[in-house]
Design a protein around this ligand. Structure first.
Ligand code: DX5
Ligand code: ZN
Length: 217
C-alpha cells in the first residue's frame, strides 16, 4: 500500500500562535496544509478569509490545500489564487454549474477539487470525474473540527475508487473529518490518497510525530 499524503487542518491550530504552528508543519512530514474557509451560510460556522490565508502563505513551505465551504464560490476563485491556493476545492452542493467552475479553477493555474457532503452519493460525479483533480469525501458534516467519523464513508471511498479505476482517471481521493490514528490505515486500504487531520494532529502531545504516524501504514 502506498503511504498517504497528510494535510493537517489549520482549523485546529492555535490562532494566537499561528506562525509557530505553521513552522511546526514546515518541519514535519506534512505534505499539504489544509485550509477551511466557511461563510456562515453554506455551513453554520465562519472561519477566516483572505488576509489570514495570505499571512499563512508568507510562512508556509507546503502547498495550500484550500477547502471552500461557501455558497457561490465562483465569485472568489481569482482571489484564492492570489492569496496562494494551489489546490482549490468547491462543494458539489454549492455549484449548479460544476463543470464551468472546475474549468475556471484550472484556467487560473490551480488544481481543482470537488467535495461531497455525507449525504451526497458518489455517482453524481460519473460524468465529470475526468475533469476533477481531487475528490474530497466529507466524513463528518462540514463546519467544525473534532467531530466523529461517519462509518458509511468507507463504502463511499471504495465506490469512488472503483469509479476512478474504471474510467482510468487520475483523480486523488481525500478524506476530511474525524480522521485518527485508529482509522487511517483502513481509510488508505479503502483507496484514500490524502488524509486531512485537524484535531488528531493539533490536540496531540507531539504533532510532528503524529503526522509521521499518519503517513506510516
Ligand atoms: C470540517 C473541516 C475539516 C476539519 C477536520 O468542516 O472541513 O477540515 O478541520 O477536523 P478534524 O480532523 O478534527 O475532524
Ligand atoms: Zn476541510
Amino acid at each position: 500500500m502506498k503511504s498517504p499524503l497528510v494535510a493537517p487542518s489549520l482549523l485546529s491550530a492555535d490562532f494566537g500562535n499561528l506562525a509557530r504552528d505553521i513552522e511546526m508543519l514546515n518541519k514535519s512530514q506534512a505534505d499539504w496544509i489544509h485550509i477551511d474557509v466557511m461563510d456562515g451560510m453554506f455551513v453554520p460556522n465562519i472561519s477566516f478569509g483572505f488576509p489570514v490565508i495570505k499571512a499563512v502563505q508568507k510562512i508556509a513551505k507546503k502547498p495550500l490545500d484550500v477547502h471552500l465551504m461557501i455558497e457561490q464560490p465562483d465569485r472568489y476563485l481569482e482571489q484564492f489564487k492570489q492569496v496562494g491556493a494551489e489546490i482549490l476545492t468547491v462543494h458539489y452542493e454549492a455549484c449548479p454549474h460544476l463543470h464551468r467552475t472546475l474549468q475556471a479553477i484550472k484556467a487560473l493555474g490551480m488544481k481543482a477539487g470537488v467535495s461531497l457532503n455525507p449525504h451526497t452519493p458518489v455517482n453524481v460525479l460519473n460524468d465529470i470525474i475526468h475533469d476533477i483533480d481531487l475528490v474530497l469525501i466529507m466524513s463528518v458534516n462540514p463546519g467544525f473540527g473534532g467531530q466523529q467519523f461517519i462509518e458509511h464513508s468507507y463504502a463511499k471511498i471504495s465506490k469512488l475508487k472503483e469509479l476512478i479505476t474504471k474510467t482510468g482517471s487520475n483523480t486523488l481521493i481525500e478524506v476530511d473529518g474525524g480522521v485518527t490514528l485508529d482509522n487511517s490505515h483502513k481509510l488508505v486500504a479503502s483507496g484514500v490518497d490524502v488524509l486531512v487531520a485537524g484535531n488528531t494532529v493539533f490536540a496531540s502531545a507531539n504533532p510532528v510525530k503524529t503526522i509521521e504516524l499518519l503517513k506510516k501504514i
